[in-house]
Design a protein around this ligand. Structure first.
Ligand SMILES: Cc1ncc(COP(=O)(O)O)c(C=O)c1O
Length: 406
């Protein structure tokens, strides 16, 4: 007899993925329906409307890309950038490198600027680089979980408008845990994922696109043979070098034409739609405030443990914190014990921070008091058990005190 899949119970307190909200999992176990069932196309329209609220936009073209967050990134970059088009990518962590990597594979001419991990860019640095590079697009991450920094974006849109540059942001890790205003901040394209503050599983990438951006990518339109009709006209610009991520075809699937591009991942759509419904019912601003509260409680507890925080705290994301691993303990042994003995996962790190910091998230369904207190008590116990010489037994009490006064 083959065994049924029976994953262990975990509390996922790393930088994402996190435990999906049970309501999202329930929505994902509801029956499948046909791709063009009016109920299904109705759900697609409802999902578009819900994500307009999440993204704080009136953009008609607000929809899901099937795939993990990088599917959203890739769809935007490969649809917008012709080979040789210039793109500017400010890099403040691992995911800036990812944007540059994807743009390079799209054969764009990629220029990067960098700040040290743990810092963010000032608008003047971006403007300076835009003047120099004259890119078609600026592509930058808002919340980069690799460093826990949240790049302020509110003044970048004006700069992009001034120089006629498309403004794209990957807000996968920050959306609904930190302020994000697509229209007010002048964004042309935004992509996210479910597995952070939206409280869902990885596997669907909501995106939103401005009308100007859609006008541009439609110039690269090419409808595939087999579904192409006499009405379909090729765009005047070189066609998009990916079929799966061809946004003009995907838009026509989500739009009135219902072009038969791919088979929508129905179960993921149910999940994505439920994630948005939960956030909207809570209120986007309340959801951000909840992430701020529980993120701050976690920080209080970590400080009471005598742990040093990584990065410029003025710009820390609400939903994740990085702390230096004390010299006298093994980071891997502590994390291992947390997982094996308590079923709690916290995160390790990449690149220059590898082996130096742990990353602890409070996001989505896990941005709640019980998850914060369990994690702090567990870390406290595991540090003690692994020879930590700093303060003991005070982490949860400090967080409880913080909750009392906030
Ligand atoms: C800011 C950011 N962008 C992109 C990604 C990549 O997401 P995925 O692994 O879902 O493709 C992540 C994942 O952690 C992320 O934090």
């Amino acid at each position: 007899m083959l065994e049924t899949l029976n994953p262990p119970q975990r509390l996922l307190m790393g930088p994402g993925p996190i435990d999906a909200d049970p309501r999202v999992l329930r929505a994902m176990s509801t029956p499948l329906i046909g791709q063009y069932d009016p109920a299904m196309t109705g759900f697609m329209n409802t999902t578009m409307a819900r994500y307009r609220e999440v993204f704080q936009t009136t953009n008609q073209w607000t929809l899901l890309i099937d795939g993990t967050s990088r599917a959203g990134i890739e769809s935007v970059l490969i649809s917008a950038l012709r080979p040789g088009d210039k793109v500017l990518v400010p890099i403040m962590g691992r995911f800036g490198h990812l944007l540059a990597e994807i743009a390079t594979r799209a054969k764009a001419e990629v220029s990067t600027i960098e700040v040290e991990w743990g810092e963010v860019f000032q608008p003047e640095q971006i403007e300076e680089a835009i003047k120099k590079v004259k890119p078609k697009m600026l592509a930058m991450v808002q919340g980069d979980t690799s460093t826990t920094m949240n790049q302020p974006l509110e003044h970048i849109g004006e700069i992009c408008k001034k120089y006629g540059v498309f403004f794209y942001s990957d807000a996968t890790a920050s959306i609904v845990g930190n302020e994000f205003k697509t229209d007010d901040w002048g964004l042309d394209a935004v992509s996210v994922g479910l597995q952070k503050c939206l409280g869902g599983p990885s596997g669907s990438a909501p995106i939103t696109l401005s009308d100007e951006f859609v006008d541009w990518i439609r110039k690269r339109k090419k409808v595939e043979a087999g579904i192409r009709t006499e009405q379909h006209q090729d765009g005047v610009e070189p066609f998009i070098r990916s079929n799966y991520f061809d946004l003009p075809m995907i838009l026509d699937y989500w739009g009135e034409e219902r072009l038969n591009h791919h088979t929508e991942a129905t179960t993921m759509l149910y999940g994505a739609s439920e994630c948005a419904r939960i956030v909207i019912n809570e209120g986007v601003d309340n959801c951000i405030a909840r992430h701020r509260l529980h993120g701050a409680a976690m920080v209080e507890g970590l400080k009471a443990l005598g742990l040093k925080l990584f990065g410029n705290q003025t710009f820390k994301m609400n939903n994740v914190v990085a702390v230096y691993i004390p010299e006298e303990v093994s980071g891997d042994l502590v994390r291992g014990q947390m997982l094996e003995d308590f079923g709690i996962e916290i995160g390790t790190s990449f690149g220059p921070l590898h082996g130096k910091v742990w990353r602890i998230g409070t996001m989505g369904y896990n941005a709640r008091k019980s998850a914060v207190l369990q994690t702090l008590s567990c870390l406290d116990a595991c540090l003690s058990a692994n020879g930590y010489r700093g303060p003991k037994g005070e982490a949860a009490a400090a967080a409880i005190q913080f909750y009392k006064s906030n």
